[in-house]
Design a protein around this ligand. Sequence first.
Ligand code: ADP
Ligand code: MG
Length: 615
Amino acid sequence: MAKIAIDLKSGSIKNEDQLIIGIDLGTTNSLVAYISDGQPVVVKDHDGKSGLVPSLIYFPDNDSVIVGNEARPHLINDPGRTIFSVKRLMGKSYADIVDYEHQLGYQILTDDKDRLVKVRVGDRFYSPIELSAHILRKLKTRVELALSQTVEKAVITVPAYFNDAQRQATRDAGKLAGLDVLRIVNEPTAASLAYGLGLAPEEKKTIAVYDLGGGTFDISVLRIEDGVFEVLSTNGDTFLGGDDIDQVIVTYWIEKHRLDLATPSARQALRLAAEEAKKVLSGEDQFTVEFEGFHLDLSRTAFELLIQPLVERTIQSCQAALTDARLTTADIQEVIMVGGSTRIPFVKSSVSTFFGKPVHDELNPDEVVAAGAAIQADILAGNRKDLLLLDITPLSLGIETVGDLMDVIIPRNTKVPCGYARQYTTSIDGQKNLKIAVYQGERDLVTNNRKLAEFILSDIPPMPAGIPKLEIRFQLNADGILQVLAKELRSGTTQSIMVKPQYGIDEEEMGRMLLDSIQNAKEDMQLKALREAQNEGRMMVQSAGKFIQQNLGWLDERQVQEIQRLAGLLGQSIDEESKDEIQKRLESLNAYTTPLAHKALEVHVAGAMKGQTIR
Ligand code: ADP
Ligand code: MG
């Protein structure tokens, strides 16, 4: 196990002197940063003005490409060859994006609806991966020019809600740009690192990251515990951002002055004026501009009224994210503002009012994600010796119980070294041997997890089912060696075995297993509930039979028949695999037999009805 990759503070990558850069690959703007003297530095353009590289790609012809600011004018004069918002296409098929295809000025290939999308430029086709690689290459070159050294390693951020395909596409884009992508990091995680949250070893916090960018809005609720970031919930709107705010202003001016915008360039010019107004109003109370003979103006008060409905939608998303995480605003300890549009004072005050506390806006909101990516890169490079390197088990460890169920003994994200024990019992009378199968993984059925070892605890003195007390102890030491100890407490029979859980699983596989468990959680839960009900039902049927046998002396015939009838019904429902029915019939049988059991004071039977069993 050694150092674990899903943990931010893992030391799994060896210390090399090579610089690792942090990249925020954004829908509207992208940035690159690195750590110098312990501080994140966002690399600026050649005149040192801005760290933002607009995520725009222009293909003047088939052999050349222009990325960033220089591509911007071509959005108007050559829209078919100018690609924007490529991030929206990452890991998507045509069927995924057909609803917003009309919003893209360029052509999307539609021949195969289920394959990953491609963009058509002239007679050439580009995958979103290739297009993103152009942006990444531009960023890579930017650092290399600034530092006069080559860079090959990077950490790239993605939205917390990105799925496996989207993350993989981002990784591939990095590879194509000549970068070794050491890690894909969630944008809200990077933002909190930039604010120093999650860097203290023993820190435990629940935070919200509010990210309002150019075209998208994301709210993420994170739990930080001992250096591990867990996404509790995400919400947002993939079509709500600064662009919509600009559009609201454009519409306002058009209606107020009955403007007639005949040409695309007039429309674009008005849009730019609106964006300027928005930015000016983040600092001042009034904006005016001359536009084609009209005197356009906007006050901050009027602006706030215009954008109120948009801001309200983001607040509703915040509420939804909290509800999903089963939290209230009082549970949120820190709120972090990310994205250029959070510069708007009305946005800040609305978010602050909703959460009932001041928000973090001390850092430049469009640089925080890149800065955090650089910090993560620095941690991976092993440059932060002051940070405690924690070891945690990346996947849960447990044993198989009746019904192929995984019973977790050490949950994932538990700090090592650690030791846990649980007690079990047998399901068959006179059972002498017990199979103990050790598994690793998050799924509820062991067949979906990874088997690590199996051994037999033998020579258990024969006892009725439910009587043996079997203790299974898992001891995980700092080197990731798991020792499994099985002991029958009444007789003292013991067995132990050593297992190396981490062996053979790489970071990718681990990520897949975790993702798998999230995607299948609901299905697993239903199946698990059914299996548990079935197990309980079978035990009950068995006990009922035994109960009759042991108490024939005093039970009357009517009572025996009734127990048999109820047990028969229960057995039927077990075979029919209906959880609710099983539970109903379990209850009926239970209700009928409980008073009888009391009367019999048959402790063995009562014992057999409780506790989990292993084969
Ligand atoms: P993304 O993460 O989507 O790539 P950014 O975080 O870079 O986007 O945000 C870009 C948006 O921020 C644009 O809509 C831009 O107009 C807006 N923006 C930048 N500066 C300001 C400002 N001072 N006031 C209001 N909006 C701003
Ligand atoms: Mg962003």
